[in-house]
Design a protein around this ligand. Structure first.
Ligand SMILES: [Zn+2]
Ligand SMILES: [Zn+2]
Length: 133
């Protein structure tokens, strides 16, 4: 399945089974997305390939090392390999078709503002997922 940014310069191919969406409600994801949470798929390193636009990919790194990758032309968030290279984090809204999956869980729900309402029954963690971070 293909995914792309708003301006269409950055295009990638996501192979294999597409996993359910994880939503992060932390304050950084809220800022970077401009909304209540970041909705992402994860993918194995070999399952994502850039088809175009790699020259437009920019990464912002916070002083604490937290990173956000985005299209330098339109500002859309883009897939990012986690630090140890073991996993792609793929913004769910970039996919060009509906992958037909559900939400698998929510993290950092303790950081939510009142207007960020969770209306599904997926598992919730007040902070990061167990065993991470
Ligand atoms: Zn773009
Ligand atoms: Zn987050």
């Amino acid at each position: 399945m293909k995914g792309s940014c708003l301006c269409g310069k950055c295009v990638f191919d996501l192979k294999g089974e597409i996993d359910a969406v994880g939503k992060c409600h932390c304050s950084k994801c809220r800022k970077v997305s401009g909304t209540g949470s970041n909705a992402v798929h994860s993918a194995k390193p070999e399952n994502l390939a850039w088809l175009s636009g790699e020259a437009s990919i920019k990464t912002y790194v916070m002083p604490d090392g937290w990173r956000s990758t985005f299209c330098n032309d339109c500002g859309s968030p883009l897939p990012m390999l986690i630090e140890n290279g073991a996993l792609w984090i793929v913004p769910a809204g970039l996919l060009d078709e509906d992958p037909g999956v559900n939400i698998k869980g929510h993290i950092w729900t303790g950081d939510r503002p009142s207007w960020d309402v969770i209306d599904d029954t997926a598992v919730q963690f007040l902070q990061g997922p167990p065993g991470v971070g």
